[in-house]
Write a protein that binds this ligand. Sequence first.
Ligand code: FE2
Length: 360
Amino acid sequence: MGRTQICIVDDNATWLARLGRLIEEADLGDVVSYRHPLEALTSLRDRHPDVLLVDYLMPGMNGIELLTALHATGVPARTPVALVAASLTEPIKLQAWQAGVMEVLPKSITGQEMALRLRNLIRMAALPPAAEPAAGSASVRDLLALGAERGGDVQRSTVDILGRLAALRDENTGKHTERMARYARAIAATLGWSTAQCQLLREAAPLHDLGKIGIPDSVLGKAGALSREEWDVMRRHTTIGYELLRDQASPILQLGAEIALSHHERWDGTGYPLGLRGADIPLSGRIVALADVFDALTTVRPYKPAWLVEQAVEQIVQDSGTHFDPDVVSAFTSSLNRLHTIKAHYDGDEAFAPLVPLPN
Ligand SMILES: [Fe+2]
């Protein structure tokens, strides 16, 4: 290992200067620093540091959210991380441990202690990597290969339970998750995915909103419009779901993690949580995003009646290239017969009901 690359993300210039000086004087490694989390997110996609020192309170996203986002963009989960905060509360510490942070340090720490603890993190970074499960961004093909080596039944039961757990948290999500997953499978099939790939998507898609189990009832069940702060909380269901599902050996859970994190991204980059754009958004997330909206539009919600399929199609086509991937929209419009059949099955509509039961 060459010189250790230490990355510091902190919006406080004085702290950055102090820490940079300390690292230099103790000759611990080379420092690269960022004053804004989004700047770090963009730069660290291509160059992964050996050790990360992240401030908790920053504009745009907090240190733990940044860490989750960094992992999603490929920074290895085993990179030693220290979270630094001016005031450390118990909930922050718990969130940090949960996110895999190895050190939680107050900004009041002495220079000597900081240097010693940093040295320990550097030693940890120098250890050879243990065998890790495939990363959350593995392709569907990799996941299928992995799945072939593992028992499928236990996985499917676990995933089924998780999907139902997610549905329990949200009165809309009972039939919604199942129906939406079938829409997603139909669209993927039109896009040319293999039967096995389509089936994996069908099994992983119901996990898209699993993170809602971490959203307080006061926000999730609120009758009126959400405030800005409440929306910020609600948006976290993407990263919470990802955190719950990532780093699991099961291919379904890995694909579920990818979908949980990416299903609210938008083709034009205005989505969340990462603001990814175009083909940077995993295709699974782009498909589920459309299937999710199509189902929401065509079913009754507490705040709106069910739209006709034709109205929903018109809206989705209009949003092609802004909200949705144009190729996925084309596949969607080419799959409408199949989507009608799926919808009719759930609506109990005899006129459209399939002659044979829908596959699982
Ligand atoms: Fe969602």
